[in-house]
Design a protein around this ligand. Structure first.
Ligand code: CU
Length: 213
């Protein structure tokens, strides 16, 4: 008898994205009419090698009860990455072809420092690692390693989707980069590769534009 394995690629990810989609639809409505409308954005995650679509990301900006801007992020990758933890950051330019076009880290502060191996983990685009734990039964990369996907849930107050000095939607936009290796958070300061090394995947972040009622 053939059964689908628990944790087959993308199953948890689909649930995660579905849950956030519901939150995006219904999140701040109902309990507090004083809340400003939420702002949401999306990104299609594409392989740096092939530009094929391997996942997606959803972002939602909301306000804490103290009016702090919080951005919820879920990144759901379905295929193409090697097992283990991959560094994930928001990079400073909304371009992914090639992935180097995304530039350095998003770090717009007055002392901003976008060097990918510098000012780490202090830059504004810093996120937690994506753990790739759902490997395909049949897909391998060019090095013969099994590949698959995983889902990252996180939030940050280092960036905003709304206008302001931390907005991702500055003149040249912003993009996610998923790195080939783990982000060690560079405990010994600047060192080549400590922030995750090469670039495996990229996704330009696009603000959702809603039609008027
Ligand atoms: Cu990076």
């Amino acid at each position: 008898m053939t059964t689908l394995p628990l944790g087959s690629p993308g199953s948890a990810g689909r649930a995660a994205v579905a849950a956030l989609s519901l939150a995006l639809c219904y999140g701040a409505h109902g309990d507090d009419d004083a809340q400003p409308d939420e702002i949401t954005a999306t990104a299609v995650i594409r392989s740096c090698d092939s530009q094929r679509r391997i996942g997606r990301a959803l972002l939602r900006e909301r306000r804490s009860t103290e009016a702090m801007k919080i951005v919820d992020i879920v990144i759901d990758v379905r295929r193409g990455l090697t097992a283990g933890k991959h560094g994930v950051h928001i990079h400073e330019t909304g371009a992914c072809e090639p992935c180097s076009a995304a530039g350095g880290h998003f770090d717009p502060g007055p002392y901003g420092h976008s060097n990918p191996d510098g000012n780490h983990p202090f830059h504004a685009g810093e996120l937690v690692n994506l753990n790739v734990d759902k490997l395909s039964a049949y897909e391998y990369n060019s090095d013969g390693q099994r590949v698959g996907g995983g889902t990252l849930w996180t939030l940050t107050t280092r960036i905003t989707l709304s206008d302001g000095p931390l907005s991702l939607f500055d003149a040249d936009g912003s993009a996610f980069i998923i790195h080939a290796n783990t982000d060690t958070y560079c405990p010994d300061g600047e060192a080549a590769g400590c922030a995750g090394g090469g670039r495996d995947a990229c996704g330009v972040i696009v603000k959702d534009v809603l039609d008027d009622a």
